[in-house]
Write a protein that binds this ligand. Structure first.
Ligand code: ADP
Ligand code: CIR
Length: 340
């Protein structure tokens, strides 16, 4: 009974869309890997402040539990019924967003990817996680020249904290309480690691919330260059790895908020005046479909007026369109900051 499962005040979309009847209908179902509704919604039950409250344990979860996933996906992404997601990685030739380097500290684009033949992070076993890690390390060995680099197991970082190699490399830590309740932290840090190119402009997180988080970043405002590098890396990895893809929902991810492009393109930008005029900032963010996060990532606070501004739309929009829209949105923020 959802009324009993979820706290009365829970704002989670899963609470809204999982009626007691539907719960009864789905509770005995299982995917081939043994993933159940109970596991899918555990995070939302244990964390009454969840905004979504459900995770997928494998690609098949989106079919077996579609009566609950579908309405959540349509509401969260404003994705019309019957539409199919389309991917396009054409690199537009865009001018620098901040040519004088006055506001933008860095630009980063990441995509999430999961391997078709493995359970997703809430459901994968330790042995499969390790096997997947080996497969991915081999594939990343195909990244050459400026994309070439090294893999660092998270276990080594944990036992040698502060080693110099960590400088300029984005490393992930154990997931938050939402991920923890979903089972994503199991056996942490076993089977996890970070690949980084020698110039530190390409990184791949292995076995975090998704099997792969592939990210391109630089300390510049050159969005086209950052996007081009990511596209090149993906082309190489796609020759070796088979990613989970659905004709309606695009790239499949463990959290339904990342479906579609599974892409977050954003900047770290210092906006001192807009920091004091949050209403204007929030209005512009809504108008240009931007998401504003804290300086150190999701659910963190803004430090010294440095915002993480990225696309809010991921599904039902192409990668190229995300980049073009972000470019326009950031230009509007900079203009507003200068006019204040
Ligand atoms: P994700 O982007 O993978 O959804 P987070 O919001 O937690 O998840 O961000 C992951 C990491 O990337 C965090 O350490 C965050 O500070 C860093 N990051 C995000 N955007 C940028 C950026 N534009 N420049 C540098 N680091 C960034
Ligand atoms: C929630 O429901 O609030 C959490 N499960 C987080 C949802 C946002 N998605 C994400 O960080 N990938």
């Amino acid at each position: 009974m959802t009324a009993i499962l979820f706290s009365e005040t829970s704002p989670a979309l899963v609470k809204k869309h999982l009626s007691p009847d539907l719960y009864q209908r789905l509770r005995h179902l299982k995917t081939h890997s043994g993933f159940t509704l109970e596991k899918a919604i555990r995070s939302g039950i244990r964390n009454p402040d969840s905004s979504i409250g459900i995770y997928a344990g494998d690609a098949e979860s989106y079919q077996v539990f579609s009566p609950v996933f579908d309405p959540i996906i349509h509401e969260y992404h404003h994705f019309p019924e019957g539409e199919a997601h389309v991917s396009d990685f054409t690199v537009p030739d865009l001018p620098l967003m901040d040519p004088e380097g006055k506001y933008i500290l860095s630009t980063r684009i990441r995509v999430a990817r999961n391997l078709k033949d493995y359970e997703f992070s809430p459901q994968i076993s330790l042995s499969h996680r390790k096997k997947l890690e080996e497969t991915v390390i081999k594939a990343m060995g195909e990244l050459k020249e400026d994309l070439g680099g090294e893999y660092m197991s998270l276990k080594n970082i944990e036992t040698n904290p502060g080693q110099p190699i960590k400088r300029d490399i984005l490393v992930f830590t154990k997931g938050d309480r939402f991920q923890d309740a979903a089972g994503i932290n199991s056996d942490f840090p076993e089977g996890r690691g970070v690949f980084y190119s020698l110039d530190r402009q390409l990184m791949v997180w292995v076995n975090e919330e998704d099997h792969l988080r592939i990210m391109s970043l630089e300390r510049s405002s050159d969005l086209s260059a950052v996007f081009r590098r990511l596209g090149r890396a993906l082309q190489v990895l796609e020759t070796r790895l088979d990613f989970a893809w659905d004709k309606t929902y695009g790239y499949l991810t463990s959290c339904p908020t990342n479906l579609g492009t599974a892409m977050r393109a954003g900047v770290h930008i210092r906006l001192e005046k807009l920091d004091r005029n949050r209403e204007i900032l929030n209005t512009l963010a809504r108008e240009y479909h931007l998401q504003i996060r804290g300086t150190r990532g999701e659910k963190t606070k803004v430090e010294e007026a440095v915002f993480d501004v990225s696309n809010s739309r991921r599904l039902g929009i192409t990668e190229t369109a995300i980049i073009q829209n972000l470019h326009k949105g950031i230009a509007a923020l900079i203009k507003a900051e200068e006019n204040l």
